[in-house]
Design a protein around this ligand. Structure first.
Ligand code: ADP
Ligand code: MG
Length: 289
């Protein structure tokens, strides 16, 4: 398939209880191309997990557009949603080690996950475990695996059905940076070979670099986007800001503070670029400078 694997526009999600409503996503936009690996970053409470739950087909959005692998997540019957969860996406939940079945071996854990989906090649479990560096640990139970190995196993489980999209919510949160690097390096290669699109949530700026793009979520909306240009080695960050259909953009807070921007800014169009400047200096400022 060419074109976007994930297309979200104006996504809204509201948690409702008898007491209160929390608008966790308030008009989130995101487009992910097929085969891309995208990182989602943002403070705790900004809506990252909520967004992943929607992409995973666990929660249906209240408003907006959400299409994944040509399937419209806003209008799905329960059985379509079940199928979507089994066949289209693999989801590694936050604190996913809890997902592993403790009395089964690593290999059995992966095989079990394939039973709920369409028939797969017999050796798929072995292949995935090999590629994720667990070839020699296939008969171990989760309790005998270290932190990095458990995440590797949880990733193999999430990939067991050959999903088009892998979603992982802070997969490396409990690992030290070196271990996390090892896991993501192997995962990155595997996803590339499987041509699987991936969206992962991370807190660790070091790990954002594994992704081609880093999307910052702020207050339930995508705010800025960083792309690494000049290859993975030189890492020059090019800051992109998302513009919605109405032409609204959100400036990075650091830029706003640096220039002391408030309420109104001046836009200056020069040829192919637009400058954003503080309002006209007052006569007094002019005299001083
Ligand atoms: P993140 O993953 O970025 O930390 P979440 O998506 O978990 O953020 O949460 C986004 C917002 O929604 C927060 O304000 C959080 O308190 C609220 N929230 C999350 N889950 C629930 C829930 N089950 N009921 C009510 N509010 C929730
Ligand atoms: Mg979260």
């Amino acid at each position: 398939m060419n074109g976007p694997m994930i297309e979200c526009e104006g996504l809204v999600y509201i948690y409702k209880s008898s007491q209160l409503e929390v608008v966790a996503l308030q008009g989130l936009d995101l487009r992910v191309e097929t085969g891309e690996m995208v990182a989602i970053a943002g403070r705790s409470g900004s809506g990252k997990t909520t967004f992943m739950n929607i992409l995973a087909g666990l929660d249906a959005p209240n408003a907006g557009k959400a299409v994944v692998a040509d399937q419209d997540l806003t209008r799905m019957t329960e059985s379509q949603r079940d199928r979507y969860r089994q066949e289209t996406v693999g989801y590694l939940l936050q604190r996913s080690q809890a997902n592993l079945v403790t009395h089964l071996s690593a290999r059995e854990n992966v095989e079990l996950a394939t039973l709920t989906g369409p028939p797969v090649r017999d050796d798929r479990a072995k292949h995935l475990l090999d590629r994720l560096g667990l070839g020699g640990r296939m008969n171990e139970r989760p309790e005998n695996l270290d932190g990095g190995e458990k995440i590797r196993l949880a990733l193999a489980v999430a990939l067991a059905n050959g999903p088009r999209v892998l979603l992982a919510d802070e997969p490396t949160a409990e690992l030290d940076t070196t271990t996390a690097h090892g896991v993501l390096t192997d995962l990155y290669r595997l996803l590339d070979d499987l041509d699987t699109t991936a969206v992962f949530v991370t807190h660790d700026p070091e790990l954002e670099r594994f992704a081609g793009r880093v999307i910052q979520i702020r207050d339930g909306k995508t705010s800025t986007e960083t792309r690494w240009t000049g290859g993975r080695e030189s890492m020059v960050a090019d800051e992109l800001v998302i513009m919605d259909r109405a032409g609204r953009i959100q400036l990075p807070r650091a830029y706003v503070e640096k220039l002391g921007l408030k309420e109104r800014v001046r836009l200056h169009l020069e040829g192919d670029r637009i400058s954003i400047l503080p309002p006209e200096p007052t006569a007094k400022d002019d005299r001083n400078g």
